[in-house]
Design a protein around this ligand. Sequence first.
Ligand code: ADA
Length: 568
Amino acid sequence: MLRTFSEHHVRPATSLAGLWDFIVARDRRDKARLPKNYTRKISVPSCWENLPGLETYRGKGWLHTTVPATPGKALRLVFGGVSHTATVYVDGKAAGRHYDAYSTWDIIVPPGRKRSHEVVVEADNTFGPHSCLHHGDDFYSYGGITRPVEAQTVPEVFIDKLFAVPRRTGKTWALDLRVRLRNWSDTSLRRRVVVAVARRQFDLGRVTVRPGATREVKGALSGLSVEPWTAETPRLYDVTAQLTDGNTVADDLIDRVGFREVCVKGSKLLLNGRPIRLQGYNRHEDHFNFGCALPIEIMVHDLALLRDLGCNFVRTSHYPNDMRFLDLCDELGFYVWEESHSKTVDLKHPLFRTQLKDHTVEMIEWHFNRPSIIIWGCLNECISHTRQGRTQHAWTLALMRKLDASRPVTYASFRGNDICFDLVDIIGFNLYPGWYWGEVKDVEEATDGFVRDVRRGKYPGAKNKPIIFSEFGAGALPGYHDPRDPKWSEEYQAKVLDECLRVFLNHPGLVGAAIWQFCDVRATEGAMNPRVMNNKGTVDECRRPKRAYEVVKQRMHEARARHAPSDL
Ligand code: ADA
């Protein structure tokens, strides 16, 4: 399943998880476009790096399966994530192409007379001029179908997406709704949309959808008597949209909402009108045994560790996460800064706008209703100090605001001469005192200095905005202990985090702090990092705690106790 719950009671949906046939380019003997034979089996979802001999394989791979179909009915194949470029072939013909590993997308397979389709996914994880967003880095671009895939049987007009924005109206709540219908057939068709939420039903009326087109139906549902969503009270409600054709319910889509409003007021970040403080981690989707294709059990375990550590906040550095992880954040109560896949990206790259635009639309549209996501982020550590960088930041942030005006936007900068802070709602800043510069004793002064600079107007248009320290930390090689506390020892990392958290979690000038990073992660081949890993995790790549774990836990819990519950 793509999500942690059923999205349909009416639309038939089948998970395509299981063993698919598999071959990589270097094992192929034929020159045909699609392989004639497959040499292995691969689990979907997974990373091919988990297979013997393919631990460092970078190239193309083909994955094949047979998908059952109903004659006369169209299929919608939904891919949670293929890393990182996919071409899909259905019954030997190219049926769709997609770039970027970390967003969800779909293709429609028109109806035929067959009872099944042969589906081949050609996945490619190579770097080069064709790929602006994926490039070598201190995390890894794996290969394969790395997130769940689903086959859905859809009628001619079906519910493509549902967008719900909760709004507080005195004692009750309203929900601004858009339901997007899609018609894959060659006939104009008229359908009615009905929405149910919190035991109330709303008729959004009838619309005609033209052949091959999409059309949105809008409505504002008011007077909802519901409990609000917060990280401490993560109350969720189903929103069910149904499409009727005469007296028949032809299709449905179920999503969940949490009733909460997030906004920025002066230098505060407010949730349902009350200031919140964010304390948590940057987290990569990575694990020694699974690469980026984390089973849900690992996601649940990660969130249990984060809860144990006293966190209420996750930054999905540096890309949109698996939909199930976000579902769990909604359910368990975590605040999320979800970030588009745009880390240290070349803003002058000819494909920058095309690739980031498609990706951003997918991120925001597929993840729109999650209450846990309270911030959209983009462009980690890019050239936000140059004029050209500013143009691209303005374009990217405007795109995010256009797609969703209900959440604050930000990016994480590391530049003391940044010229783009006026474009965001929240200032995100990465700083590594005691690691890339200075010593542990410099943390407090550096913090006061940055906050003072912002408040005194060093950065135009940023004076009174909320500030989050979006990254800080230190590397520690698991098991390396040394009483002299040298860099790379577990002791030194614990010392840096202890001091950073002491200062950041209590600083009146900050609304949040996110440690870099939750777990150690694999870096791209050729990276100079020890173990070819980014070793700044508080737990290692198997989630074994380092010495810093207990220190972080203590500081986080102290901070939670100090701030009134409504402030957390
Ligand atoms: C940057 C970057 C992270 C990571 C970190 C580090 O701040 O945003 O992705 O690379 O540095 O470990 O150096």
